[in-house]
Structure formats: C-alpha cells, structure tokens
Design a protein around this ligand. Structure first.
Ligand SMILES: NC(=O)c1ccc[n+]([C@@H]2O[C@H](COP(=O)([O-])OP(=O)(O)OC[C@H]3O[C@@H](n4cnc5c(N)ncnc54)[C@H](O)[C@@H]3O)[C@@H](O)[C@H]2O)c1
Length: 252
C-alpha cells in the first residue's frame, strides 16, 4: 500500500495530533488534516516531516464545511482512502464538573449530538460517496473514535456525550456491514482515560490513575498506535470492531 490519502479530522486535538505525527513518521501516507481550530492545525502541520500534507479548517457541525473539504480534494484529483475521525466535544459546567441529566438542556444535547454523532455520520457519508472509493483495490478504511464512556455508561462525562459516543459505535457497525461487499473496513477505537486537554478540562481527581489496572493514564500516543494498527495490513480481517484502548479500565 503506497501513498494512501488519509483524512484526519480533529487533527488539532491531543489524539488527532498524535495520529498525524505517527502516520507521518511511518511514511506512505499523504495526510489531510482538518479541524475547527486553525491555530492548532498550523502547529501540527508545521511539525510534520514531508511536504505533501495539507490542512483545512473544517467545522464538522456544518454540512457545507464538510462538502467544501471534499470538493477541494476532488478539485485536486485527490481521493481519500482512509478516514480517521478523532474530533469531539465533552462539555462540562463552569466549574469543570459533569453536567447531569437533570441539567442537560435540549440545546446542549443537540449540540453534542450535532458534533459527536452527526459530524461522524456526515464525514463517513462524504468519504464513502467520493468517486471511485468503492472500487479501490486496497481496502478503504474508516476509524471512528468513540469512548469507553459509551460502553460503561461513563463516570465523568455527561449523558449527552455518552449517548452520542454510543451512536458512533452503532453507526460504525452499520457501515461495516453495509459496505463490506466493497471491501471497506470500518472500526472504532474506544479510549479510556487519556491525558489530553479534553480529559484535563473535567477536573480529574489526583488519584484517578489508580483506578486503571495498568496504573497510569493513557497517552494520546497509545490511542494513535491502535489507530495505526487498524490502518495496517495486519488488520485486514477486522471490521465492525470496537478496539479498547483503556489500560484495563473496562474489560469486555
Ligand atoms: N481524552 C480522553 O480521555 C478521551 C476518552 C475517550 C474518548 N475520547 C475521544 O477522543 C477524541 C479525541 O479527543 P482528545 O482527547 O484528543 O480531545 P481534544 O479536545 O484534545 O481534541 C478534540 C478536537 O476536536 C476538535 N473539534 C471540536 N469540535 C469540532 C468541530 N465542530 N469541527 C472540527 N473539529 C472539532 C477540537 O478543535 C479538538 O482539536 C474525541 O472524539 C473524544 O471524545 C477522548
């Protein structure tokens, strides 16, 4: 497999950045980095070796913004064969505390679903609708980032986040089933407690790492490694799976 064009959405974030760095190091990938955070995108792309990578400001909550991205790729005769969706929001209140069901407004619920679930749906749909992607000889791949919170009912994150991330797992399975005949592989990774900005904004307790059997928080690089595996030739018989990256925090 040579020079696969890979879209990494949420590329300015902790996990997205780590994926971009890892894939750039491995080579053979042309990276299309997207995020709503322009400053972050500049930092990431300036850090990467190789000149073929590109970055685009994309708001995954806006269908037009996603369409613009795919139109720009098509204008450049670029067809993405791998899609990694790492964006996400996990709202907390003004003190950094969890927003319980009783405090969840319909606006909050809709905003979280608009980004975390509808954003993944729109990105996957646009990716699969690209001309020629379903007749690719190499397996096109989708990796969506869900969360251990969706599997566990969560402890720290809000109900809207937990439910929106469960939708990502279900959507990914439906894509895996519907598009298997075209050789498309669609999988999720489900991170546990990963030490990024999103994790820190939720006021983690000092002893939180002691709840993880491996005795430490995950690093963004731990998740990036699992995503890279799901893009590699070593995972060709894996589809519709949810790969836990949680240090044993939740065991299936
Ligand atoms: N950190 C954890 O403990 C943890 C645990 C489980 C799952 N996750 C999931 O991992 C993924 C990456 O999270 P992270 O920890 O790197 O968080 P992060 O906050 O560092 O990164 C999230 C990224 O998503 C981007 N984003 C938000 N809204 C967007 C929009 N409308 N359009 C485009 N981009 C947008 C942000 O700008 C940011 O760069 C998320 O899906 C998150 O839910 C994280």
């Amino acid at each position: 497999m040579n020079n696969q064009v890979v879209i990494i959405s949420g590329a300015s974030g902790g996990i997205g950045r780590a994926v971009a760095k890892l894939l750039a190091r491995k080579g053979n990938y042309q990276l299309i980095l997207c995020d709503i955070d322009d400053e972050g995108l500049k930092e990431v792309i300036n850090d990467l070796p190789g000149g073929e990578n590109q970055s685009f400001i994309v708001d995954v909550g806006d269908k037009k913004s996603i369409k613009k991205l795919f139109n720009e790729l098509s204008d450049q005769n670029l067809k993405a064969t791998f899609l990694i969706n790492t964006f996400g929001i996990s709202p907390v209140d003004s003190k950094g505390d969890r927003i319980g069901l009783d405090k969840t407004s319909i606006d909050l619920w809709d905003r979280v679903f608009q980004i975390n679930s509808t954003g993944v749906f729109l990105m996957c749909q646009a990716f699969l609708n690209q001309k020629g992607v379903l007749t690719e000889k190499d397996n096109p791949r989708i990796v969506n980032v869900s969360s251990a919170a969706a599997q566990l009912g969560g402890y720290r994150s809000c109900p809207a986040y937990i439910a929106s991330k469960a939708a990502v797992i279900a959507l990914t399975k439906s894509i895996a089933r519907d598009y298997a005949e075209y050789g498309v592989l669609a999988n999720c990774v489900c991170p546990g407690l990963i030490d990024t900005k999103m994790f820190q904004q939720g006021n983690p307790a000092d002893n939180v790492a002691s709840k993880v059997p491996l005795g430490r928080l995950g690093e963004a690089e731990d998740v990036a490694g699992a995503i890279a595996f799901l893009l590699s030739p070593d995972s060709l018989y894996i589809t519709g799976a949810s790969l836990d990256v949680n240090g044993g925090y939740r065991m299936a």
